[in-house]
Design a protein around this ligand. Sequence first.
Ligand SMILES: *Cc1c(COP(=O)(O)O)cnc(C)c1O
Length: 438
Amino acid sequence: MTSAPVSVPALNTSRSQDLFSAAQTLMPGGVSSPVRAFRSVGGDPIVFDRVKGAYAWDVDGNRYIDYIGSWGPAICGHARPEVIGALHEALDRGTSFGAPCALENTLAEMVIEAVPSVEMVRFVNSGTEACMSVLRLMRAFTGRDKLIKFEGCYHGHADMFLVKAGSGVATLGLPDSPGVPRSTTANTLTAPYNDLEAVKQLFADNPGEIAGVILEPVVGNAGFITPEPGFLEGLRELTTEHGALLTFDEVMTGFRISYGGAQARFGITPDLTTLGKVIGGGLPVGAYGGKAEIMAMVAPAGPMYQAGTLSGNPLAMTAGIKTLELLKQPGSYERLEAITKRLSDGILAAGREAGLPICGGSISAMFGFFLCDGPVRNFEEAKATDSQRFGRLHRAMLERGVYLAPSAFEAGFTSLAHSDADIDATLSAFRDCFAAIA
Ligand SMILES: *Cc1c(COP(=O)(O)O)cnc(C)c1O
């Protein structure tokens, strides 16, 4: 006799469903950003009412342990009193100046001190803006047009990055979305992640034409994929050898993989870096920075134009400063590393116990797993994951009060607010749910 499945009271999400039905008549797909619509896991999305610490509450009153953290910014926990308190004070002095503000100096100093490659920084309003601006800068500085990116790496939704290199057209730079002209992506070359030989070949085939290479130094947008030993080093050498620039897109990994980002953790210093998510502490922010010599190209110091009405606004700067202050306290990253590793090890063990193919891991406050044997080194291999099974897992976890990213191809995030008891409860839910989907 097998043991009876653990019964869980059905999740009542009727208000979420009503709101989402209405939203679909008001906004395309009912959302402001596609992955929120749960299309890749099936079922209706949960409409949140409020967030605090490690938890999110939906409009029906259900509580979830949250492993998305607003897709990264909530690394100190949602709605930290220090951040909220500082925001209240900042609010009373006005929401936007459109003029220089002292808070920009403070956050810039913190970013420059923390991130090895950054000697000067420009604040923008999103990761997308940071990446599109950094590409313009790479081109402006080198006087070259071509860019190398990696399959499965996400750099925001600007035209030039919207290239999915399908197998047949591996390096042709065909656009991924209607509305993106072929001419816009013609200069976007792609290679599989962790494949240094492919990058070498692109440099050989396009001599003197490649402005730079951009990548997620730890991938979070194709599931969680880590750089193999030698990959980042190899890219550093190749770009230097060919007079091209190396950009780490640390919008996700910045202040998450370590206080100095992935570049500090791995000891590889790129020429340029993009940031977002954590440095806004939950408000809309992005930034790009790098060597002073390169940043001197940016207007008004130099000729490369880039601007923003709300850039560097006092609310976003305040939330960013407070978040970095909290992260800087001794023990923060040790704590993040320890709980995330315990979570990740527990997930893998639970999956194997249930007889499922599973692989994955964690670095600092970022983790992920794939329902396949692995190891997964690139997007092509990530696609071997059983996404239907992941969909069932996602739903089952929701019913047990755990909110995972609604896609098999997203990394998970922990925060300083996740307690040991939260991790235990999560692992217990995983054990039940893996058994249910095995
Ligand atoms: C989220 C993300 C972006 C885009 O940032 P937005 O603020 O959503 O525009 C770019 N690059 C990476 C690596 C990201 O994770």
